[in-house]
Write a protein that binds this ligand. Structure first.
Ligand SMILES: *[C@@H]1O[C@H](CO)[C@@H](O)[C@H](O)[C@H]1NC(C)=O
Ligand SMILES: *[C@@H]1O[C@H](CO)[C@@H](O)[C@H](O)[C@H]1NC(C)=O
Ligand SMILES: *[C@@H]1O[C@H](CO)[C@@H](O)[C@H](O)[C@H]1NC(C)=O
Ligand SMILES: CC(=O)N[C@H]1CO[C@H](CO)[C@@H](O)[C@@H]1O
Length: 390
């Protein structure tokens, strides 16, 4: 109970400072990739190990923990599946994801038409799934306890479900008309999956149901044409290339090549009509954006050319543009334990964006809300710096 309280307090403490996320000159991520970085994932168990996947097929695993006693710290690469590895992906890795429950397994999918399940300790694939087309995106449910299904979006309009336990990929969800660029399980309901396609549609599925599809999101909330059937509903007037649930699973944020982001009530499928303005993107592939976790308000971090646009999720305000990359940013991942953001770019770099240390402590954080006697030693630095400011 005490620990739970502590985490809440730490989150709100840092979240007042997410607005002042800045590039930390003292923190580097070891540069291993020789080509653009397409995808990042941080394991949810400890929030310590990060995976990256590159456009040359290379996968790297980093330790994010600051083990140095000096101000400067470089997050070290622990190992990589490099070009000379016998099982390296032949083409661009589009998605990497840790197995949500332990760090012994991770997954990767690629334009080489495969999804690989890796044993972290031996660095050998434990299983390989083959598809007819390039794989844009895959996802494992962060909350599932009753299934081990990996949803896979490929060049085919059929969404594939691969069973990690049986190694079979028999289950198929039909309904999209064009390729599927983004897939994401609900963090709230373990059988609910959202998919986004080049056909402009976002579909919500209950994978237990024979027909599968629960709803097709309609940007007009049924008002444009009363006669239009659900089959005509579109979420975007263009390709849907990114999907991300809010951490509580109550909302879904989508992005499309119509230069729009839309926020949906995920239980009713209603367009909330939050206006984010013009969010330029013509990406032909999936776009990997992120939403903060445990912040108030919550933020969306969206690759925008060589910068990262930071929006408030529920009001649509563009708060800031994070500048530091030299070329197109491809992916963003949020580290909830420390409220840090990591971004990967075509410039081969991974940058760490850390809440600025000199920001004033927000008014609502009073002395009594800081349970200083129960601080985990790992966080002592963060707390003593709060003392300096208080
Ligand atoms: C720490 O990093 C900064 C920025 O990269 C650099 O200017 C400085 O020389 C580094 N200091 C040490 C001791 O390496
Ligand atoms: C790493 O930890 C040391 C203390 O162990 C601290 O002085 C330093 O500021 C930290 N560096 C970064 C980049 O967080
Ligand atoms: C979603 O819509 C329903 C029905 O209008 C509403 O009761 C619910 O509060 C909405 N959810 C959120 C998170 O706003
Ligand atoms: C305006 C903008 O950010 N466009 C980007 C959309 O995504 C593609 C591929 O990631 C980039 O090349 C564009 O620069």
């Amino acid at each position: 109970m005490i620990l739970f309280f502590f985490f809440i307090s730490l989150s709100s403490f840092f979240c007042g400072r997410v607005l002042s996320l800045e590039l930390n000159k003292d923190r580097d991520v070891e540069r291993i990739h020789g080509s653009g970085i397409n995808t990042l994932d941080i394991e949810p168990v400890e929030g310590r190990y990060m995976l990256s996947g590159g456009s040359d097929g290379v996968i790297v695993l980093y330790d994010l923990e600051n083990l140095s006693r000096k101000p400067n710290y470089t997050c070290k690469a622990l190992f990589s599946v490099g070009r000379s590895h016998p099982d390296v992906h032949k083409f661009s890795v589009e998605t990497v994801q840790w197995y949500p429950h332990d760090t012994g397994i991770f997954t990767s999918s690629s334009f080489d038409k495969t999804l690989k399940i890796w044993d972290t300790n031996t660095l050998q694939p434990a299983d390989i799934f083959h598809f007819e087309g390039t794989v844009y995106s895959h996802h494992m449910s962060p909350v599932a306890t009753k299934h081990c299904l990996i949803a896979v979006g490929t060049k085919s309009p059929k969404v594939q479900l691969c069973d990690l336990k049986s190694g079979s990929s028999s289950h198929i969800l039909q309904g999209h008309r064009q390729e599927v660029l983004a897939v994401s399980w609900s963090p709230r309901h373990e059988y609910v999956l959202a998919t986004g396609s080049a056909d402009g549609k976002v579909k919500l599925w209950d994978v237990r149901r024979a027909s599968g599809c629960l709803s097709t999101l309609d940007q007009y909330n049924g008002e444009k044409s009363k006669a239009s059937s659900e089959a005509a509903n579109t979420a975007h007037n263009g390709r849907v290339n990114g999907l991300c649930y809010t951490n509580d699973g109550l909302h879904l944020l989508t992005i499309g090549t119509d230069d729009r982001m839309r926020l949906w009530n995920s239980s009713t499928g209603e367009n909330t009509l939050v206006n984010y303005g013009k969010v330029c993107n013509e990406s032909r592939k999936g776009l990997k954006f992120a939403i903060s976790c445990g912040c108030n308000p919550e933020f969306a971090f969206v690759p925008y050319g060589s910068t990262i646009a930071v929006y408030t999720v529920f009001t649509g305000e563009l708060i800031t543009m994070l500048r530091g990359h030299y070329s197109t940013v491809n992916c963003c991942v949020f580290q909830p334990h420390f409220q840090e953001l990591y971004t990967g770019s075509k410039d081969c770099n991974i940058l760490a964006w850390i809440p600025a240390p000199r920001e004033p402590v927000p008014d609502d954080i009073s002395e009594k809300s800081l349970p200083q006697h129960h601080v985990n030693p790992a966080y002592e630095d963060a707390w003593s710096s709060s003392d300096d400011e208080g």
